[in-house]
Design a protein around this ligand. Structure first.
Ligand code: NAD
Ligand code: UFG
Length: 342
């Protein structure tokens, strides 16, 4: 039996493919490479000594999906494929609803017709909107995401819950990621954003390596430890391992299951900058700047539910997140050689 991983050439996907291959699972990746490089999977193959199957194709393409399900014995699907840039989603909402919502519908229709009912979905803490309280547990009411990207994730959560209600054969995990950072400890695979990074840690690491002049710290008057925004940063390898645990759980539990994947600890922007300076041995120039529209002050997970039900907790601390990011960034200052931006 084979596991289908959509978006498996991307940042979180490639780390998850590596962990599944390492446990002996057979993996088939479907990715249109719109935001990734196939080199990531070549490196996964060399790190694990096992080569994942690869189909360059689009999750919205029903014919590709039908052929794939006919040709392979698929036991379940881990669905990463989608677009994720918040600002771009405001400028191109149709593209976000098409890839993220319509893509998931097409995938689920093809799965049902093929008799495959086990699905792990990449959701996001963004569905909580401005949280009523921190830490955020899974019972915290969903908020109002402030952009089309966030709304696409909330829509898909509702759709998948309706689907599982309609047919007891479905077993679906909704994984609400907090802030994924870091890279595989080998330094061979990591995050390779296009253009100017939107997210904090890739921005910091590109300043450290000399690609960007300084970090703008968005907001210094939040009610937090030092006035800067606080987030729950989780090492991407811990996040990847959460997918293995979720998929195992689905083997014995149908219905929809929601888990926060976070560490339970928040760090401020300035704490992140100083931790990265310690890891790379360089000074990171930064300037205080106005708040970024749509940002919340503080957000971190209550990660107890995943600990109790999945036996999963994040193991890698902030120092390791920073050291691994720096190993990847300094060894690959321009990312993968065949990434779509190069
Ligand atoms: P990524 O862009 O590195 O990976 C997504 C992959 O999906 C890419 O390889 C891309 O080429 C592929 N893809 C996109 N649209 C596709 C389509 N229509 N058909 C086939 N392939 C397609 O992003 P990532 O950070 O690895 O995120 C993976 C998932 O996790 C996404 O769904 C994202 O929304 C979600 N997520 C990410 C974060 C984060 O901060 N990185 C946080 C919460 C949730
Ligand atoms: N920040 C800066 N400067 C930057 C970039 C970010 O100060 O150049 C600050 C932000 O204001 C925020 C913190 O760093 O306080 C984290 O910002 P990110 O953009 O890295 O992450 P967000 O928490 O805004 O959002 C991320 C993903 C979303 C996802 C969310 C929750 O981008 O897709 O985590 O999982 F939904």
């Amino acid at each position: 039996m084979t596991l289908l991983i959509t978006g498996g050439a991307g940042y979180i996907g490639s780390h998850t493919v590596l962990e599944f291959l390492s446990t002996g699972r057979d993996v088939l990746v479907l990715d249109n490479l719109c935001n990734s490089a196939q080199e990531s999977l070549a490196r996964v193959a060399s790190l694990t000594g096992r080569t994942p199957g690869f189909i360059q194709g689009d999750v919205r393409d029903r014919a590709t999906l039908d052929a794939l399900f006919t040709q392979h014995q698929i036991e379940g699907v881990v669905h990463f494929a989608g677009l994720k840039a918040v600002g771009e989603s405001v400028r191109q909402p149709l593209s976000y609803y098409d890839n993220n919502v319509a893509g998931t519908l097409t995938l689920c229709q093809a799965m049902a017709d093929a008799g495959v009912f086990r699905l792990v979905f990449s959701s996001s803490a963004t569905v909580y909107g401005t949280p009523a309280h921190v830490p955020i547990d899974e019972n915290c009411p969903l908020g109002q995401p402030t952009n089309p990207y966030g709304r696409s994730k909330a829509m898909v959560e509702h759709i998948l819950q309706d689907l599982a209600t309609s047919d007891p054969r479905w077993a679906i995990a909704l994984l609400r990621y907090f802030n994924p950072v870091g890279a595989h400890a080998s330094g061979q695979i990591g995050e390779d954003p296009h253009g100017i990074p939107n997210n904090l840690l890739p921005y910091i690491s590109q300043v450290a390596v000399g690609r960007l002049p300084q970090v703008s710290v968005f907001g210094s008057d939040y009610p937090t430890v030092d006035g800067t925004g606080v987030r729950d940063y989780i090492h991407v390898v811990d996040l990847a391992l959460g997918h293995l645990a979720a998929l195992d759980y689905l083997q014995a539990h149908s219905g929809t299951h929601i888990w926060n994947l976070g560490t339970g600890t928040g760090y401020s922007v300035l704490q992140m900058i100083h931790a990265f300076e310690a890891a790379c041995g360089r000074t990171i120039p930064y300037q205080l700047a106005p708040r970024r529209p749509g940002d919340i002050a503080a957000c971190w997970a209550d990660a107890q539910k995943a600990a109790q039900e999945l036996g999963w907790t994040a193991q890698r601390d902030l120092a390791q997140m920073m050291a691994d990011t720096w190993r990847w960034q300094s060894g690959n200052p321009n990312g993968y050689p065949d990434s779509p931006t190069k």
